[in-house]
Design a binder for this molecule. Sequence first.
Ligand code: C5P
Length: 318
Amino acid sequence: MTEAWEPDDDDDQRPRGASGPVRVRVPAKVNLHLGVGPLRRDGYHELNTVYHAISIHDELTARRGDTLALTMEGEGAGALALDDTNLVIRAAHALAAYAGVPAHARLHLRKQIPLAGGLAGGSADAAATLVACDALWGTGLSRDELAGIAAGLGSDVPFLIHGGTALGTGRGEAVSPVLARPTSWYWVVALADGGLSTPAAYAELDRLRAAGAAGPPLGSTDALLAALRQRDPRVLAATLGNDLQDAALAMRPSLAATLKAGEAAGALAGIVSGSGPTCVFLAADAADAERIAAELDAAGVCREARVAHGPVAGARIG
Ligand code: C5P
C-alpha cells in the first residue's frame, strides 16, 4: 500500500502516522439551551448555547491511500454528495493544509446521525475526520489546535471535538466545558422524515422576530447551569429551551404533534433539537425513556424514536 506521508528518515522526533486503520466514534449533539441573538454583519447570529453530546454515534474509519476518497453507509447514504462539498473532505483538506502534509486517505463513514436533523451530524463527521486524520498522518495536533481548525469548518464542529456538556458563545464556535455533576441524563430522540435547512431556520426566526410573531428570546443560561449541578431531571426539564423552535415549528407544523405526544407519554420536557426537525425529550430515567420511545413509535408521530444518554465524550479513537 502506498504510504500517505512519512516523516524524514533523519528526524526521529517527528510523529509517525498510524500504519493500520484509525477508527473514530463521534456523538450527535443537542442544545439544552439555544439562545439566538441578533444577526451579525458576517451573516451569523450571536449565540448563547449549552451543547450536550448524546449517545447516537457516527463512526469514521481512515486508512492510508494515495488520494483522498470517501465512501459511506447508513443514514443518508446515497443522498449525501461525497465530493469536495462534503464536510468530511473539507475537514481532511483543512487539516492537511494546516499541517503541511498531503491530504491522502481512504475514509469510510458509518452514519447513524440523520442528515439535516438538528443533531449536527455533518459537523460531527468533520470533527471525526480531524481526529482520525491527525492520528493517521501522525500530525500530532493538540485538541485545541484541532478545535481551531474545526471552527473554520462550522460553528458546531469545535464542540464535537470536545464533547460532554459545554457552553457555546460567539457563533457557537467558542466552547468552554460546564461544571456538572457526573450524572447521566436519559433522552428520547424522535427522528423525522427529511431534514430542515439550518440557514432557513435562522432566516425564519429573523422573519418571525421582525413580524413580532416569535416568542420572547431565552434569557441567560444560569438556571440551566444550576440544574446541571443537581441530579433531578425535573429541575433540568424546567430549564430547557430553544429560540429556533418557533422557526422549526413554522417550517414543519407537524412537529407540534410530536412534542405533544412525547409530553403525553410522560416526558418531563420536549424541545426541538437545534434547527430541527429532530425533537428530543428528557425522561426521568432509562426505563421511562424506553417506554416513551415505544409510545412515540406506536403513535406514528416520528420516523423512529431512539433512546440516548448524555453527556458522552466527543470525537475519540477506538
Ligand atoms: O456554522 P455553520 O456552517 O454550521 O452554519 C450554517 C448556517 O447556519 C450559517 O450559514 C448561518 O446561516 C446559520 N447560522 C447562524 N448563526 C450561527 C450559526 C449558524 O445564522 N451562530
